[in-house]
Design a protein around this ligand. Structure first.
Ligand SMILES: [Mg+2]
Ligand SMILES: [Zn+2]
Length: 184
């Protein structure tokens, strides 16, 4: 069985804002994220991105844009010796304007569908895995499948932090801080 680090994309690996980033020129790696992912690679974690992309259902951009954005993100990360093993994204939204993607799905976080699918496809032991996110919905998804979860203050983190009230989830400044402090 493998262990994995499930990473949210927007606000964890790449800068958010811009919200609904989808153009290649909007790919900006948050400082330290490359080093963090390289460390996870070295420590034997599969690095798997799990990302809500409701901008597709909302008609803001298309699946092809997500693919190009992700390729550019991977290219920039590779310059820092960092490797992403797989990327999952949810294109849906229950109120989307694009009918093809308008649905109440099981992959949109806080639902854990993407994590469950990745775990099956990559033989992942969720108990030895981590999920790192900047929204409360990320943490809910990770907790639903008994992953260890880490909350980061980049992206939407500072605005979302009040949702954590009473929760024991560890909080880190950014992805690199999260990896260095809490991933073992
Ligand atoms: Mg995010
Ligand atoms: Zn979905």
């Amino acid at each position: 069985m493998n262990k994995a680090a499930f990473l949210d994309r927007d606000g964890v690996i790449t800068e958010d804002p811009p919200h609904y980033a989808h153009r290649v020129d909007q790919v900006r790696i948050i400082p330290g994220s490359g080093e963090a992912i390289r460390l996870l690679n070295e420590w034997g974690y599969l690095v798997i991105v799990v990302s809500n992309q409701s901008g597709i259902a909302r008609g803001y951009y298309q699946e092809r844009d997500v693919a190009l954005f992700n390729e550019e993100m991977k290219r920039q990360l590779s310059l820092e010796g960092a490797h992403i093993d797989a990327i999952y994204y949810c294109p849906h939204h229950p109120d989307g304007s694009i009918e093809k993607y308008r649905e109440v799905c099981t992959c949109r976080k806080p639902q854990p569908g993407m994590i469950i699918q990745a775990a099956k496809q990559h033989q992942i032991n969720l108990k030895t895995s981590f999920l790192i996110g900047d929204k409360f919905s990320d943490i809910v998804a990770g907790n639903a499948v008994n992953c260890r979860t880490i909350f980061v203050l980049t992206g939407h983190g500072k605005d979302e932090m009040h949702h954590l009230n009473g929760s024991t989830v560890p909080v880190a400044e950014n992805l690199l801080d999260a990896v260095k402090k809490y991933v073992i």
